[in-house]
Write a protein that binds this ligand. Sequence first.
Ligand code: 5IU
Length: 272
Amino acid sequence: RSHLKPYGSRAENHRNPTAKLLLETIERKQSNLAVSVDVTKSCDFLSIIDAVGPFVCLVKTHIDILEDFTQDVIFKLQKLSVEHDFVIFEDRKFADIGNTVALQYSSGIYRIASWSHITNAHPVPGPSIISGLASVGLPLGRGLLLLAEMSTEGALTEGSYTESAVRMARRHREFVIGFIAQRRMENVGGSAETEEDDFLILSPGVGLGARGDGMGQQYRTPREVVLESGCDVIIVGRGIYGKDLKDTEKIRTQATRYKEAGWEAYQERISV
Ligand code: 5IU
C-alpha cells in the first residue's frame, strides 16, 4: 500500500510535477502539516504565513476573504513560498461548468492559476470540471484535488457520490493528484488498479483541542487522521492561529506542536 511507504519514495508514482513537489517538500521539511490561513487582513495573512512557514509543507489560502487584497499580496506570498519552501493551495472549491471554471481559474482579480500550485473542485458538475480546469492548469504544471468528502456534520459527500468522485479522478491522473477527504480512497469506487493509485489525501478538520467549532466543523486529532485514516497531509487553521492573530510566538509554538504530532503519526504508520 502506497501510503505505508515514505513520502519521498512516493514521488516517483506521480507524473504531475506538483504532486512530486508536495511529496518532496514533505520529505525535505519532515512536515505533513498544512496551515489554512483564513483571515481578512493582508498584514495578518502574511505575518501568520511568515511565522508558520518553516514548519509547514503547504499553505492553504482563501484569497477572496482578504478585504484589502492587492497584487502585492501575491508577490509577497510567492516570495514566502520560496523563502520557506512550501507549496501553495488556493482552496477555491470550483463547482461550475468547464468553460466558467476555466475563466474563474485563469482570470478575474485573483488569476489563481498564475500563483497557486494546487487548487480544488467539487465533482458535482461531472468530468467537464476537470477538463475545464486542466485546460488552464496542466500547461502550467498545476495539480487539482477533488472534494471527495467534507469534514462537516451532515455533509452530503458520501456513498455513491464519493465513489463517483474517485472514478472521475482515476480517469484524469495527469491533473488530479488526490482528494480532500477524511480517509484513503484507493478502495473506494472499485478498481483493479487500487494498489497503484497513490492519491494524495489532504484532510481538513484537524484539531488537538476542541472537537468542533459550533458551526458544523468536526475535528479529529493528527493521530486519527494520519495513522488511523491514512491521510497524507493534515490541514489546520484555527487550531494554530487561534484568536490572537498577532501573537506570532504562540502561533509558532502551535505550528511546531501540530508538525510534531503529524510527523509522529506518520512515522508510526510507515513503521508497521
Ligand atoms: N475545509 C474544511 N472542511 C472541509 C473542506 C474544507 O474545514 O471538508 I472541503 C476548510 C475550511 C477552512 C479549513 O478553510 O479547511 C479548516 O479550518 P479550521 O481548522 O480553522 O476549522
